[in-house]
Design a binder for this molecule. Structure first.
Ligand code: GDP
Length: 420
């Protein structure tokens, strides 16, 4: 299956609104229950002299995994529709969800927002919608779930749809791009098949809506960006930087530039899995050799890009950050270590420009004296050594970072603007 037919999907929403149950239902309806679950069930069924494979079994299994403290085990599951192969990349039950979303580790293209019909918009509904909006999720599919609990009542459904649309309006999501579906993950209504329980509902099923998502734009359309992980000297070849291509393609014969080291040359050879290749693409781990570049000319944290559109080097940059955990307060002048792609550079937070409500994105205060755990803010940052970084709106793969201090991740963010 080619890359562009693949979708990374996040399943978000307030706790207990039915995210795990919905993932279980999707896996079950698409026949994608993980092999180990089927094997285990077969053994148990044989012992008890029963056959068949039931949704209840999938849920028991997921519930068991959850008891071991791992909502995350429903992540990294896969299922397919006619159009796409979906990977569930992350779920908000996971402790690192916010960090993963910000740093792009989860790299979800689209998300299913689960909102329980009996409970409606709840605090984590707001928080996840705001994060999705700021962190680059393209489209949300809204499952108004647990319709069975509200007796498949149309007015209840309409009320939740209207509340979610209000929320989208507040954070700036285009509501016309969202689809709303009346579901019961538990009973299976409108997930794979149109349900007789909701005769008033004429929209798509969840699987149809997933199938109709627009294709994520392939990162090959963007310029080459290859953060360098290591630099080796290999006899017979010379200097070999290695790294993973984040965006764009690299061909032998291309003229490339390394930033911030500010050197460059022509790509002589590219090697992947110990074989020479003429060309490499996003996701490829490569070692390559550039004419005239010595081991001391470049280093880990450099980004390799085309010579005619080199990676940008930030004098300062503005960024949106979310403070996840900091024992006290963050004020202007604070200088923690920023981790962006393969670079680790001490950066000073020069000014805190504004503080926002993390659940709605509304500005709470201009130029606040400090920010603390739980706050979202726009800050201006000055790297203490040259750092190659890009606006996340242009190259999301190189536009996010984690902020670390005292051995832990204290904040994460994405770059809004780079002043070179
Ligand atoms: P999560 O925290 O969002 O992952 O929620 P879960 O999937 O764990 O669901 C929370 C509870 O709601 C569980 O007891 C589920 O069985 C129940 N539940 C989930 N979806 C539905 C539904 O569509 N209808 C009903 N009646 N219960 C549901």
């Amino acid at each position: 299956m080619s890359d562009e037919r693949h979708q990374n999907l996040a399943v978000i929403g307030h706790v207990d609104h039915g995210k795990s149950t919905m993932v279980g239902r999707l896996l079950y309806e698409t026949g994608s229950v993980p092999e180990h679950v089927i094997e285990q069930h077969k053994e148990e069924a044989e012992e008890k002299g029963k056959g068949g494979f039931e949704f209840a079994y999938v849920m028991d299994n997921l519930a068991e995994e959850r008891e071991r403290g791992v909502t995350i085990d429903i992540a990294h599951q896969e299922f397919s529709t006619d159009e796409y192969e979906f990977t569930i990349v992350d779920c908000p039950g996971h402790r690192d969800f916010v960090k993963n979303m910000i740093t792009g580790a989860s790299q979800a293209d689209n998300a299913v927002l689960v909102v329980a019909a009996d409970d409606g918009v709840a605090p984590q509904t707001r928080e996840h919608v705001f994060l999705s909006r700021t962190l680059g999720i393209d489209e949300l599919i809204v499952a108004v779930n647990k319709m069975d609990i509200v007796d498949y009542d149309e007015s209840k459904y309409n009320q939740v749809v209207s509340d979610v649309k209000d929320l989208f309006g507040q954070v700036g999501f285009a509501t016309e791009d969202a689809s709303f579906i009346a579901t019961s993950a538990f009973e299976g209504d409108n997930v794979a098949d149109h349900s007789d329980n909701t005769p008033w509902y004429d929209g798509p099923t969840l699987l149809e809506a997933l199938n109709d998502l627009p294709e994520p734009s392939p990162p090959t359309d963007t310029d080459l960006r290859l953060p360098i992980q290591d630099v080796y000297t290999i006899s017979g070849i010379g200097t070999v930087p290695v790294g993973r291509i984040e965006t764009g393609v690299m061909n032998t014969g291309d003229n490339v530039s390394f930033q911030p080291s500010d050197v460059g040359g022509e790509v002589k050879t590219i090697e992947m899995h110990h074989e020479e290749v003429p060309k490499a693409e996003p996701g490829d781990n490569v070692g390559f050799n550039v004419r005239g570049i010595g081991k001391d000319d470049i280093r880990r944290g450099d980004v390799c890009g085309p010579a005619d559109d080199p990676p940008s080097v930030a004098e300062t940059f503005t960024a949106q950050i979310v403070v996840m955990q900091h024992p006290s307060v963050i004020t202007a002048g604070y200088t923690p270590v920023f981790h962006a792609h393969t670079a680790q550079v001490a950066c000073t937070i020069e000014s805190i420009d504004k503080k926002m409500d993390p659940s709605s994105g509304e500005t709470q205060e201009e130029n606040p004296d400090f920010i603390q755990s739980g706050d979202a803010a726009v800050v201006t940052v000055r790297p203490q050594k040259p750092l190659s970084i890009e606006p996340s709106s242009e190259i999301p793969e190189l536009g996010s970072f984690a902020v670390r201090d005292m051995g832990q991740t204290i904040a994460a963010g994405k770059v809004l603007d780079v002043n070179e």
